[in-house]
Write a protein of this length. Structure first.
Length: 334
């Protein structure tokens, strides 16, 4: 068959066996392809020896089925996926060039290793044990895999496929699709949505948000009306102090970002100590003479804003005009 002779017959035999996954005898195959038993037997012998068919005995009958053996050469040349082949001890016996490139190791140091003992482990020892079921022909398993390489997270969509290796022993083939860019994009979207949720679900009093570099990111419409300063003038600058003071000095949100309790006490506490709540929120009420129209009494709340990992991303400051309330208090006192 190396010279092409018999290719049509082989194709016919394979087609018949593909339709009969439980297997057929020589007699049944002969009838299905309209060939003599002797001719069929010769083709079956060659196909079995080459690993393309499997033979099993049921009583006195010999049943032939298409092989489930992994076409190693084709797999290792598979573009776009990293390929690993494990033996029945779950040790690596084959690995694609792309996987060797990912690990940064020569192939000799990868072979015979386990997925859990690689420098950038793909599975824990417990997860590795879950693969044992595949050695008995279990269903294909799918799993999102996280690895850390050179301090960076890498994510794969893994498919664990039961198979018979070329040696005839049971094994597992692992196909890894790199989904790192997708996972990072999803995380960035979630973080953006979380930040917007934080910003827009604080009570609807005038508010602004500065990032950890003290740059204004958000300046709402209510604050425009209170201060007379438009968002387009303020966003992207470090000039939020101008809305409240005639000379430059830190706002409460700036000091919350810095965690400067001493400065908070100096500039905002007055005669009363300021203690943050469990979320790091500070509150202050005072008169701001430089604000528009002769000054106003403001109740200010400043709190840190953190990402899903707990890292500080900035601070939110809400500004409530309590001038009328203070005026009523003075009247009562008089």
């Amino acid at each position: 068959m190396a010279d092409g002779t018999g290719d049509d017959e082989v194709t016919r035999i394979r087609s018949v066996l593909k339709e009969h996954t439980m297997g057929l005898s020589i007699k049944e195959i002969s009838a299905a392809v309209s060939m003599s038993r002797n001719s069929v037997a010769k083709y079956l012998e060659v196909l079995t020896v080459s690993g393309q068919l499997e033979l099993r005995h049921v009583g006195n009958a010999k049943l032939y089925t298409l092989s489930r053996r992994v076409p190693v050469g084709n797999l290792l040349d598979h573009a776009g996926e990293l390929i690993i082949i494990l033996d029945n001890d779950l040790r690596i016996v084959q690995a694609s060039d792309s996987f060797c490139g990912f690990t940064g190791l020569p192939r000799a140091k990868i072979l015979n290793a386990r997925l859990s003992t690689l420098p950038a482990p793909l599975l824990s020892a417990e997860e590795e044990r879950d693969l044992l079921i595949l050695l008995h022909g279990g269903p294909t398993l799918k799993k999102e895999i996280r690895a850390v390489r050179n301090g960076d997270e890498v994510f794969f969509h893994g498919r664990f496929i039961p198979a018979l290796l070329e040696s005839g022993v049971a094994g597992v083939t692992l196909l890894l699709e790199d989904i790192t860019d997708r996972i990072r994009a999803e995380r960035a979207t979630l973080e953006r949505d979380r930040l917007l949720h934080t910003i827009f679900h604080i009570p609807t009093t005038p508010q602004f948000y500065i990032d950890r570099n003290h740059k204004v990111v958000f300046w709402d419409r209510a604050l425009e009306l209170l201060t007379g300063i438009k968002a387009e003038v303020m966003v992207g600058t470090h000039d939020h102090w101008r809305a409240f003071y005639s000379r430059e000095r830190p706002c409460l949100a700036d000091l919350v970002i810095e965690g400067n309790r001493a400065k908070i006490a100096e500039l905002y506490a007055g005669s009363r100590p300021m203690v943050p709540d469990a979320e790091g929120r500070y509150e202050y009420t005072g008169f701001f003479p430089d604000l528009v129209r002769g000054g106003k009494w403001l109740h200010i709340t400043a709190m840190p804003v953190r990402d899903a990992a707990g890292n500080l991303t900035g601070a939110m400051e809400t500004v409530e005009d309590v001038t009328e309330k203070k005026s009523r208090e003075f009247v009562v006192q008089e």
